[in-house]
Design a protein around this ligand. Structure first.
Ligand code: NAD
Ligand code: TDX
Length: 308
């Protein structure tokens, strides 16, 4: 199969490209605008393969997208503005790329009768949950501009399935971590700061809970959905590894042998969701389960950032 991977120079997208080259015989075209979050060196090694081609370009560029979807069977759309703090500061690029860019891709998928369209979404579209877990048919309640644009993209993608029969599949994963993540995100930020003896700014009281999925587990899940998912269906991807942020900070300090005094409680993020957690029974039917514990994943992540 020939697959267009948008946002393939970013964190999860690049891990997915490496994974597909190792685990399948698919041909890959990466389309990435190389924003501040994209880095071509994330594809080092992958671009040596005759099965992997890189195109620098924007998913909002209709002509380019039309051209690049003409000879592929599948699209996996990772391209997005992904950082919640940035969306609180300025949300226009989030609306434009996350909603507008997805629309351009969906339209091209429709024109070219694409066989699989996998939209990469997030647990944040459900909003926060005090107890229990979200399942795929729960109502969406996004509470920050980033999450709202991702929810908008999910609705638009599903509407293309219902209205035009575009074979859309959606994955919604919990927080990812692992190699090649931008240093603006919690784990790489805290790891690199702790290693330099710099303070770790914890928002609010540090009790907010995230469910941490190692990026390779998410890549395996996305491949399962690409291969065997049912068009029109949504699949949650999570690990069950729930941790309050303060405990993540403590584990990082322990891993790099830095003192707890580096933790600094700072002003909270506006609209800061307290807890996310996902029910993953549905994707388990596609013979997937998370393999990485937080402890193992953090060890690999520490090795990656500190050996770089
Ligand atoms: P990232 O910010 O690391 O990478 C995004 C990539 O998209 C970058 O390479 C960037 O250059 C590219 N891009 C941005 N705008 C573009 C545009 N207009 N045209 C073409 N390319 C563009 O993001 P990530 O953390 O790898 O997230 C990938 C996807 O997964 C996103 O859709 C995000 O919403 C979703 N997601 C992320 C997480 C997480 O924990 N990181 C969890 C759930 C879902
Ligand atoms: O400096 C910080 N201090 C802090 O306390 C940063 C950067 C974050 N935090 C907190 C906020 C969150 O509770 O840590 C938690 C994780 O923060 P982020 O790494 O910014 O991730 P989050 O906001 O949970 O969103 C991530 O997961 C869902 C991704 O960035 C999204 O793209 C994905 O959809």
């Amino acid at each position: 199969m020939r697959v267009l991977v948008t946002g393939g120079a970013g964190f999860i997208g690049s891990n997915f490209v490496h994974y597909l080259l190792d685990a399948t015989d698919h041909e890959i075209v990466v389309l990435d605008a190389l924003t501040y979050a994209g880095d071509k060196s994330n594809l080092d090694g992958a671009l040596d393969s005759p099965r992997c081609e890189f195109v620098e370009g924007d998913i909002r560029d209709q002509e380019l997208v039309e051209e690049r979807t003409a000879d592929v069977e599948a699209i996996v759309n990772f391209a997005a503005e992904s950082h919640v703090d940035r969306s609180i500061h300025e949300d226009a690029p989030f609306v434009s790329t996350n909603v507008g860019g997805t629309q351009t891709l969906l339209d091209a998928a429709r024109t070219h009768d694409i066989e699989r369209f996998v939209q990469i979404s997030t647990d944040e579209v459900y909003g926060q949950i005090a107890e229990g877990t979200f399942s795929e048919d729960d109502k969406l309640d996004p509470r920050n501009p980033y999450a709202a644009t991702k929810a908008g993209a999910d609705h638009l993608a599903m509407s293309y399935h219902v209205t035009y029969d575009v074979p859309v599949l959606i994955t919604r994963s919990s927080n990812n971590y692992g190699p090649r993540q931008h240093r603006e995100k919690l784990i790489p930020k805290f790891l690199t700061r702790a290693a330099e003896g710099e303070s770790l700014p914890l928002y609010g009281d540090g009790t907010n809970v995230r469910e941490w999925t190692y990026v390779r587990d998410n890549c395996r899940a996305i491949e399962r959905v690409l291969a065997d998912g049912e068009p029109g269906e949504i699949y949650n991807v999570g690990s069950g590894e729930e941790l309050p942020n303060v405990e993540v900070a403590e584990r990082i300090l322990e891993a790099v042998d830095a003192p707890e005094s580096l933790i600094e409680f700072v002003e909270d993020r506006p609209g800061h969701d307290q807890r996310y957690a996902l029910d993953t029974a549905k994707i388990e039917e596609l013979w997937w389960e998370a393999e990485w514990s937080f402890e193992e994943g953090l060890e690999e992540t520490v090795r990656y950032y500190l050996d770089e």
